[in-house]
Design a binder for this molecule. Structure first.
Ligand SMILES: [Zn+2]
Length: 355
């Protein structure tokens, strides 16, 4: 369309597999299809896409990472284009609405978004567990399954009651191989939730670790509060929590000038040693290979870096023997650098330069 005038039309029918896609996936597929088809017209231009499926508009505003796997693949495909998706009611789009009922019979090709083995490989769930979730999903989450496939109503109140708790996640839900996903996480049917809670809690890692573990692979509404009520009464978890006080990170205030305050540390990469220097102002990083891991080698590696950027006022390092050695301290003092070693048992050290 240019303004309100149609320039070209395109349509195709869905493959057998695509017919089983969730509504939101079909809608997304239509955008991928038209973008690919009209590539010559739209590439490098700002393009508005009108679509009558409301959750799609929301999906484009969120991070790619929250999208279900198949949708994510389609969105990656659309990264080429400068697309804004705008919701418009079906009845306000007569042309596409009419034509969608009179599509061309095309040959069914294999769709590139059908590979489900990719999905299973990305999950840290065993094949057995996967099969175990499948059958209760069909019996207990059938209403949700239906809504995802048929498309969500426009309002929460039009949604079946048992599906309402999933309303806020509607743009992230998809169905693949009989299992419901929220993004990359499995939606656990009610009868298995107790069992899953036990699994999460098996190692008694305390509240936040339990939640973190669960959030990586599974989802159900109120999962966090279920974990809360399970862990809160557990003596073992509480013990662990006490041993591991959650110390807040202490961010380093950004200095006023570049290269006035730098941090340095050593690291190994492919069995070679390196010195890393970072400027706390610009976050600029220098890396120098080290022949030896002693103070002398570090000093020699620092000299050309300081020759390039200037001598910092302050240098922070860990309490490693090289940095706390007399030789290193003497070197710093000789060129007027105030050296500071930051290390203590109980404080979590801030990663260099990432404050
Ligand atoms: Zn516990």
């Amino acid at each position: 369309m240019q303004g309100e005038h149609a320039i070209a039309y395109a349509s195709r029918s869905l493959t057998e597999t695509e017919k089983r896609y969730a509504q939101i996936e079909k809608e997304m597929l239509s955008i991928v299809f038209s973008a690919t088809k009209f590539h010559r017209y739209i590439y490098g231009k700002e393009v508005k896409v009108y679509n009558d499926h409301k959750p799609l508009e929301q999906l484009f505003k969120k991070s790619l990472l929250s999208a279900p796997m198949r949708i994510r693949k389609m969105m990656i495909r659309l990264q080429w284009y400068d697309i804004t998706v705008i919701y418009r009611k079906g009845k306000e789009m007569q042309v596409s609405d009419t034509l969608s009922r009179a599509f061309l019979q095309t040959e069914n090709q294999h769709s590139e978004f059908d590979r489900q083995e990719d999905m299973i490989n990305m999950l840290s769930v065993s094949i057995d567990k996967y099969a175990e979730i499948k059958s209760p999903t069909q019996t207990e989450l059938s209403a949700l399954h239906k809504v995802i496939i048929d498309g969500w109503p426009d309002t929460r109140s039009e949604t079946p009651v048992e599906v309402r708790p999933y309303w806020d996640s509607r743009d992230q839900l998809s169905v693949l191989d009989g299992i419901i996903y929220k993004g990359l996480r499995l939606v656990i049917p009610p009868s298995l939730r107790g069992n899953m809670l036990e699994l999460i809690h098996k190692s008694h890692l305390g509240m936040s670790k339990c939640k973190q573990r669960a959030r990586e692979v599974m989802y159900w509404p109120c999962m966090n509060s279920d974990i809360d009520s399970m862990v809160i009464n557990c003596t073992q978890c509480n013990e662990y929590q006490k041993q591991q006080p959650a110390e807040p990170l202490k961010p380093t205030p950004t200095p006023d000038l570049p290269y006035s305050f730098v941090g340095c540390d050593l690291f190994d990469f492919e069995s070679k040693k390196y010195l890393l220097v970072v400027d706390y102002y610009s976050k600029y990083i220098d890396v120098a290979p080290l022949q030896f891991e002693n103070a002398k080698a570090i000093i020699e590696a620092l000299k050309p870096i300081f020759a390039c950027h200037g001598i910092p006022v302050k240098l922070r390092s860990d309490n490693g023997p090289q940095f706390s050695s007399n030789e290193f301290k003497k070197f710093c003092a000789s060129i007027g650098i105030e050296s500071e070693t930051a290390s203590s048992k109980n404080s979590r050290k801030e990663p260099l330069g990432l404050s």
